[in-house]
Ligand binder design. Structure first.
Ligand code: KG4
Ligand code: ZN
Length: 337
């Protein structure tokens, strides 16, 4: 089954061609990161306008890259939410128009579930992950801990009570005078800092719950920055201590949930899953096999949308041309078709 996946929920215009939920035939991403870096964060109106300019060329490039044509497609899959409304609308309307014009079935995909399905792509491993799985989905807008059961149904165990992990990385990077997006910038400067001498930063364990909180850590970072002479070394140590605090809590809580629920695997997903310290700590702590997509498939892409669509189609999901966006779509909810 050949799926054309379309993803425009935030600041990447992404289109991919994926075969049988596994094999990537094309994976094109037009990133707007540089544009938004100028403003220190994603500007929704600018994102929508740039998606509009990029979407058709990116679709054409994906088909060209794979040397495939529209009449070979079996399904068009598009992210329907969660995400920025104006941005989502561009991908969704392109998908609806092409579904109608090319007479190819349509399916709406939940962006958070798509991140998890990046772990089903060939590039993430030979075999499909074992279920039930505990999923840690950490991105710029979300930090969720979820259980994916044997029937591939998601239920949320916990979420962030304030900032998403990626959002915290982005805000702290700004405090430290580092670039946007903040995650990769913090990871880069943190390299080479020795863990033993780092400032001790708070960790919100929220015992007895699977929720997260990063606002106390962020406030402490602000205090540290205000009271420090921000030398290069101090920035490195603060960045590293911050990364350590976030990775410590996320990995410990995911591992604990996996043990408690007798999960057969742990799946890491979302932009923050690109963080090597988080990957390493979770690898050390997980009581069962850990799956993490390759770094290029952790941040927003459409290959993950194509993978999710294959399984959702098998599970009976269908959409009509009335498919609409749902900017607040929760994990475990399907887009209204
Ligand atoms: O999943 P994603 O591409 O977009 C959303 O759906 O939000 O995630 C983007 C987020 C940003 O906050 C970015 O700073 C973070 O992922 N991120 C990272 C790393 N790479 C991206 N955070 C920590 N370490 C990284 N290496
Ligand atoms: Zn995302």
């Amino acid at each position: 089954m050949l799926v054309l996946g379309i993803e425009t929920s935030c600041d990447e215009t992404a289109v991919a061609l994926v075969e049988d939920g596994k094999r990537i035939r094309a994976n094109v991403i037009a990133s707007q990161a540089e544009l938004h870096a100028h403003w220190g964060g994603v500007v929704p109106e600018l994102a929508a306008r740039h998606h509009l300019e990029a979407i058709l060329p990116v679709i054409e490039k994906a088909l060209d890259d794979a040397a495939l044509s529209a009449n070979q497609l079996d399904l068009i899959a598009v992210t329907a939410g969660p995400g920025l409304a104006g941005a989502l609308l561009v991908g969704l309307n392109a998908a609806r128009a092409l579904s109608y014009a090319w007479d190819v079935p349509l399916i709406g995909i939940n962006h958070l579930e798509a991140h998890v399905y990046a772990n089903w792509l060939d590039d993430a491993g030979d075999e499909s992950p074992s279920l039930p799985a505990v999923c840690l989905i950490v991105s710029g807008a979300h930090s969720d801990l979820a259980l994916m059961d044997r029937d591939r149904a998601f239920s949320r165990l916990g979420r962030t009570l304030d900032d998403a992990a990626g959002e915290a990385f982005d805000k702290v990077a700004r405090l430290l005078g580092l670039g946007f997006p903040g995650g990769p910038a913090i990871e880069k400067v943190a390299q080479g800092a020795g863990i033993a001498e780092l400032p001790d930063l708070p960790r919100a364990w929220l015992e007895g719950s699977d929720d997260f909180s990063f606002s106390g850590l962020k406030t402490e970072m602000l205090k540290q920055v205000r009271s420090s002479n921000l030398t290069q070394q101090r920035v490195r140590d603060l960045a590293s201590a911050f990364q350590e605090s976030v990775a410590d809590v996320l990995s410990a809580k995911a591992a604990r949930a996996a043990r408690r629920l007798d999960a057969r695997s742990v799946l890491l997903a979302g932009g923050v899953a690109a963080n090597r310290r988080l990957r390493d700590l979770l690898q050390q702590r997980s009581p069962v096999g850990l799956r993490v997509p390759p770094i290029s498939l952790c941040t927003d892409n459409a290959a993950m949308v194509g993978a999710a669509a294959f399984y959702r189609w098998q599970d009976g999901d269908r959409a009509t041309l009335a498919l609409d966006i749902d900017p607040g779509l929760a994990l475990g909810s399907r887009p209204a078709a």
